[in-house]
Design a protein around this ligand. Structure first.
Ligand SMILES: C[S@@+](CC[C@H](N)C(=O)[O-])C[C@H]1O[C@@H](n2cnc3c(N)ncnc32)[C@H](O)[C@@H]1O
Length: 348
């Protein structure tokens, strides 16, 4: 197998295909316990849930048991541990990013509380045809909004009419979802600043039906039209159904939760996708322990590993790890879409 774009490389392991669980990481040598085998800094898409924005640093995700952070930037809607984190964030997102987050914050603040964010209910997931139609349904309005945005630019020769302005206004008036907006904005900005690394995201395993429900799907299509109406025009070339749909198909089964570090991860702040971390399969008896240090994940052996062994992490939370095989299978299928083929589950 040729190595997928952006797959991790190390003397400790290699990436190979498996018969039942896609690509996986295998030890290329004997590795003693507690060895750091991988460190990944390649955060691409992430969501820091809006309800945690005052308590969790927008740069390093530091959290101090719910205490409000010292540095708050009301214009962009993020808080930081200190000026250094704020500066790092500003440098990373760039001037265009500051403009984008300012536009999002202005829209969200102007709307008061509209709790449109994702609900984890057991509803049927939209199938490919429904997804296709929902996105197709945005095309005519999107076209009008793009023209409206082009016409608004200084010295533009594009003629805009009432119809264009109305299409934009109608989009803005639709219910908003701040967390879906954040998800897309981090992805669009990441792609804008790292276009050569885009194949790394494309190479990830795709979930063709990533939306949790019909409402969830429509939240994302509405959010597309919101962003088309408010983002700086330089970002609109990456604000397309094609790109936004790819964010969801790649994020779905490849994201890690961003949780508090000190209390066994009981606070869930959001989630993010680190492509090089996405090659580790799950095992209910994992050999690798992962730990978040700021924006970085570290992967260490949790036991001695022999050359040729698969290096797996667990996708289960603390309590779930103690569940019976049947219950573990059920939750992995629901949240990750696979029937667990790990050695602990195979031996019944
Ligand atoms: C984060 S990706 C891991 C890398 C993936 N195997 C690949 O080829 O890119 C998660 C996906 O890998 C597969 N997978 C991971 N652990 C598995 C397991 N224990 N049994 C079966 N499939 C598994 C599932 O398809 C899951 O949705």
């Amino acid at each position: 197998m040729g190595l997928p774009a952006g797959a991790p490389t190390s003397l400790f392991f290699e990436i190979r295909s498996t018969p039942h669980s896609g690509r996986a990481v295998f030890a290329a040598q004997d590795i003693p316990t507690n060895t750091l085998v991988w460190r990944c800094e390649d955060l691409t898409l992430d969501v820091l849930l809006r309800e945690y924005r005052r308590e969790v640093c927008g740069e390093c995700f530091d959290y101090d048991r719910g205490r409000g952070l010292r540095v708050r930037d009301h214009t962009v809607g993020f808080a930081f541990c200190d000026e250094e984190c704020q500066k790092k964030w500003q440098e990373r997102v760039g001037e265009i990013g500051i403009q984008a987050w300012t536009a999002v914050e202005k829209l969200v603040k102007g709307r008061g509380k509209e709790d449109m964010d994702m609900v984890d209910a057991d509803l049927p997931r939209p199938k490919a045809k429904e997804i296709e139609e929902a996105w197709k349904g945005t095309a005519a309005q999107a076209e009008l909004i793009r023209t409206a945005r082009a016409g608004e630019q200084e010295n533009s020769e594009v003629k805009i009419t009432k119809q264009h302005r109305k299409a934009k206004q109608r989009a803005i008036m639709q219910p908003i979802s701040p967390d879906a907006m954040s998800f897309y904005v981090t992805g669009i900005l990441w792609k804008h600043h790292n276009s050569t690394l885009w194949p790394h995201v494309l190479a990830l395993a795709a979930d063709k039906t990533p939306y949790h429900s019909t409402d969830d799907l429509h939240t994302f299509t509405r959010t597309y039209l919101h962003l088309l109406s408010i983002l700086p025009v330089q970002l609109l070339q990456d604000c397309t159904p094609e790109t936004l749909r790819l964010f969801s198909t790649r994020d779905s089964h490849n994201s890690f939760g961003i949780r508090s570090l000190e209390d066994d991860g009981s606070e869930f702040f959001g989630y993010g996708c680190w492509p090089t971390a996405s090659y580790f399969n799950h095992s209910c008896n994992p050999s690798i322990e992962k730990k978040r240090v700021g924006r970085v994940w570290e992967f260490r052996t949790g036991k001695d590993v022999e050359k040729g062994d698969e290096l797996c992490i667990t996708y289960l939370s603390g309590e779930e790890r103690t569940w019976s095989r049947g219950k573990r299978m059920e939750i992995l299928l629901k949240n990750w879409g696979f029937e667990c083929a790990c050695e602990r589950c195979e031996i019944v």
